[in-house]
Structure formats: C-alpha cells, structure tokens
Design a protein around this ligand. Structure first.
Ligand code: UDP
Length: 484
C-alpha cells in the first residue's frame, strides 16, 4: 500500500480521553497521519502515560519517529483514584483541563511546526477551550460508531422529543422506534440510547456530564468517526454529524491498516500475556471462543460463576480474559475444581494482544461487552460475536451486530436490565448456537463479507483511505486559513 506524503509542515495535536478504549483508536489514527507526513503531538495524562510505559516493555510509546512527540499533564486526581472506575468524578476532573492544556501547548518550542488543529476525543469538552485559546480548529474524533455519535450529539433533540430520559416502560417495549435523528442511520430503540440517559440515572452526575459533552460536540469544526461507510449508511450517515455544514468523514477502522502493514500501534494499560498465540496455535481451526469484556466492564461474583460453568458446559475451547478487577473491582474466584476440569481446553489470562487473538485462525467466536473498539476489531477480523453489553454505547453496538449486520447473538433481556442474571444454561446454549449451529454458519458468511469490506475501505482507493487523505488536504487549507 503506498501512502501520500505531504510536504507542508502540518501539526495535529491529538488528545484522547485517557482510557484504554480511546488511546488505542486515537493512537492508530495519529500513526496514519504521521505516515502522511503530519507532525503529531499526542497528549495524555501522566496517570495513563505511566501505565502505558509500564505495560509496554520494549515497545514504549516514546520510541517513535522524529515527527511524533508525547506530552502529558496531571489530571488533578490523587494516585489512588479509580479513574474509569469512578467515571463521573474522572470526567468531571477532565472537564477542567482547558487551562493546563493551553499552558502546555503554548510553551514556546521552535523545534516543532505551528499547530494546525486539535484532534480531540468526543469525551473531552475541555479541548474546545484549548482550540479557542490557540485560535485553531477543533476536530472532534468519535471513538464510537456513527449511529451513537449522531444520538449523542443530538441529545437535546431526543430530550425535546421525549425520548430522554429513557423510561423503564420504554426499555421493555420491543416495538417503539425512534426516527427523528438526522443522517441515514437505522431507526433506534429506547434500549439503544446511551445507558447514562436512562430514567434511573437522571440524578446521577454522568447524565449531566454527557449532556454537557454533547452540546460542546455540536460546535465541532470538523468531524471524524472510527467507522467505515460500507458499515453504516454510506456518506449520508456521516452527514448527520455535519453540524453547521462542517465536514464529517468515516475513516476507520483506524487500527486495521496499521495491523495489515505490521505496525504495532496498540498500547495497553496491562501487560499482555505472551502465551495466548502459541496456545491458539495448538487449537483446531475456528474452534475457540474468546471471552473478554474490555477494560472497564465488571460483573458480580455470582454472574461470573454462572459464566464459568456455562463455559465449562459448552464443550468448546476458550480463552478468557479475567482482569484483576473484573469481579466488581476485585479478582474473580473461580468455581472449585474449574481449572482442573477445563485445563485441557482453556486458557485464562489477565490481558491479551486482542487484535492478534481475533485474527488467529483458531478463533471461532467472541463473547464480548461490545465496546466499539472490540466490536470493530471483531468486524475487521470476521469474528462472530455474542454481545453482553455493560454500559453506555455497548447496547447499541450489540443490537447493530445482531439485528442490522447479522453477525452476532445476544442474551435476551440484558438490553433493558444490564444486571439481569444470565444463567449457565443460557450461556451454554448461546455459545453452542454461535459456534456449532446453522445459525452461526449463516452469520459467519455475513461476517466474512464485512471483513472484506473493512479491508477494502482502508486500502488505497477505499472510502476510509480516501477520506483520511481528504482530511490531510483540508488540514493544509486550515493552515492557509490561519495565514490570511
Ligand atoms: N484489549 C486488549 N486486550 C484485552 C482486552 C481488550 O488489547 O485483553 C483492547 C481491545 O483490543 C480494544 C480495547 O482494549 O482496543 C478495549 O476497547 P473497547 O472499546 O472494546 O472497550 P472499553 O475497554 O473501552 O470498554
């Protein structure tokens, strides 16, 4: 694949929300810009930067080319704070980082080109103040799908139409469809709306924090989404994000071109287990169920116990990521004798190199929380999913995978009640449906089609590839605009 190299000294300041599922896509995106000759300043908080350094071993975030620098600032929270585990306080603290970011980026540094634009995560309203102070455009980067981005940015419309707060009764209704949103997106259900907007969260801080973020996001100068046109309604879908006529482009999956070309652009907050891939090599083709709920989702000890017994009963080999905080902040205690009984067909680890795992020929399915990165990575690798959403956009991603793209299954009733206990029998039968039935076979054909479409989108001449080049060309105009 050849890359278009620009000669103008373009400089993008890329600011991810400091959490695993946001650093990965923004870092991959930054890599793709750097490949096109753009100078990158990647700004994180000291807390996450230290975690990434610790977990990276030899593959340190600072070891990059000459047109890539990492900067970090304190997030204002004490070291013992749970960050994403205390999400409302975390988001609230980050909302006040505008002045610190401004001082960081106005400190004179003649060795780097003048800043062209800020590319900011859609969770970081503080970057609006930064862009204003620096007098440069703010590009909002959505690490979610377009459908979610349109919903989130149109929170006020959904409130005025009476769809937010989402009432308990509406959550149970299978028939109610919401069609008032712009952009060519599928009609959504009340259960698809971001979970923080449910009636039961009305008095929570998160409700108001996300409302604030949605209002600031509508003031974007440019919009980029980590999705691809063939997946979500073509160019017209993205137009639903074109506030005040600003460009809105799908440029994903941003991790795929880096993966295909052998660039390691995934950074983790945990050290990945190195034995997974060798273990997968020993398993039959398309036989292994991969079980992982991303970096934030937790479950009760009771639920994890049912899951373990369901995995045992299904009979398939499984690779299970059990983070040390998975049992509502604590490590999980496995059922007695479980390790012994499953040792010939199970591997339990605390973190993996997920993209490599998903691309392995032994993979047969993915039991996932449907975080957008995990969903898009599974799509990129043609892997079928069983969705088990936990919060925020995961209910929508799960529904799209099951009903619109037809590449997955879900557990009945979890969309309306995330704490519904899924029994071991249900876990077992769902895995068998996915891995060993004619239903799974049909879904697999769809997954293979989408995998090819994703690859085509990011290759030279593909929609996402072309859109990214358009963005780089538009960056040159941002420079001209500044000069005038
Ligand atoms: N991930 C990983 N190893 C694991 C589990 C997850 O590398 O064992 C990565 C995964 O590839 C994805 C990110 O962590 O890029 C999780 O993002 P996602 O949006 O799926 O979920 P979140 O963690 O934000 O809930």
């Amino acid at each position: 694949m050849s890359e278009e190299i620009t000669v103008a000294p373009l400089h993008a300041v890329v600011v991810p929300f400091p959490a695993q599922g946001h650093v990965n896509p923004l870092n991959n995106f930054a890599e793709l810009l750097a490949m096109r000759g753009v100078f990158i300043t990647f700004v994180t908080t000291e807390w996450i930067h230290q975690r990434l350094l610790l977990a990276a071993g030899d593959h340190k975030p600072k070891d990059r080319g000459s047109n890539f620098r990492f900067l970090s600032i304190p997030d204002g929270l004490p070291p013992e704070h749970g960050r994403t585990a205390q999400l409302d306080e975390y988001l609230f603290a980050l909302q006040s980082l505008g002045p610190a970011l401004t001082s960081l980026l106005t400190a004179a540094d003649k060795s780097v080109p003048p800043i062209t634009c800020i590319v900011a995560d859609s969770f970081l309203s503080c970057t609006a103040e930064l862009a204003k102070n620096l007098g440069v455009p703010r590009v909002v980067f959505w690490t979610s799908c377009t459908t979610l981005a349109i919903m989130q940015a149109n929170t006020d419309l959904l409130i005025s139409e009476g769809h937010i707060p989402v009432e308990e009764e509406d959550l149970k209704s299978k028939d109610k469809l919401i069609t008032c949103l712009p952009g060519k997106i599928p009609p959504i259900r009340p259960t698809d709306i971001m979970s923080f907007y449910r009636e039961k969260h009305l008095s929570d801080n998160l409700y108001n924090i996300f409302l604030h973020e949605s209002r600031i996001n509508k003031m974007a100068d440019y919009v980029l989404v980590n999705t691809f046109e063939e997946l979500e309604g073509g160019k017209e879908a993205q137009m639903g994000l074109s506030f005040n006529g600003c460009p809105a482009l799908a440029i994903g999956p941003v991790s795929l071109p880096n993966f295909l070309e052998g660039r390691n652009s995934m950074y983790s907050m945990w050290e990945a287990d190195k034995t997974c891939l060798q273990w997968l090599d020993t398993q039959p083709q398309a036989s292994v169920l991969y079980v992982s709920f991303g970096s934030i989702a937790v479950k009760s000890e009771k639920q994890l116990h049912e899951l373990a017994l369901g995995l045992e009963a299904c009979g398939y080999p499984f690779l299970w990521v059990l983070r040390s905080d998975i049992a509502e902040g604590k490590p999980m205690e496995l059922p007695e004798g479980f390790k012994d009984r499953t040792k010939d067909r199970a591997l339990i680890v605390s973190w993996t190199e997920q993209l490599k795992v998903l691309s392995h020929p032994s993979l047969g399915g993915f039991l996932t929380h449907n975080g957008w990165n995990s969903t898009l990575e599974a799509i990129s690798m043609g892997v079928l999913m069983i969705g088990w959403p936990y919060f925020h956009d995961q209910f929508l991603d799960c529904r799209l995978a099951k009903d619109i793209w037809k590449i997955g299954l879900d557990f009945e009733g979890v969309d309306a009640d995330e704490f519904k206990l899924v029994t071991k029998e249900v876990v077992e039968s769902k895995i068998i449906s996915l891995m060993g039935s004619s239903i799974g076979k049909k879904l697999r054909e769809n997954a293979m089609r989408l995998k090819e479409a994703a690859k085509k989108a990011v290759m030279e001449g593909g929609t996402s590839y072309t859109n990214l080049n358009t963005f780089v060309k538009d960056m040159k105009n941002m420079n001209l605009y500044e000069d005038n």
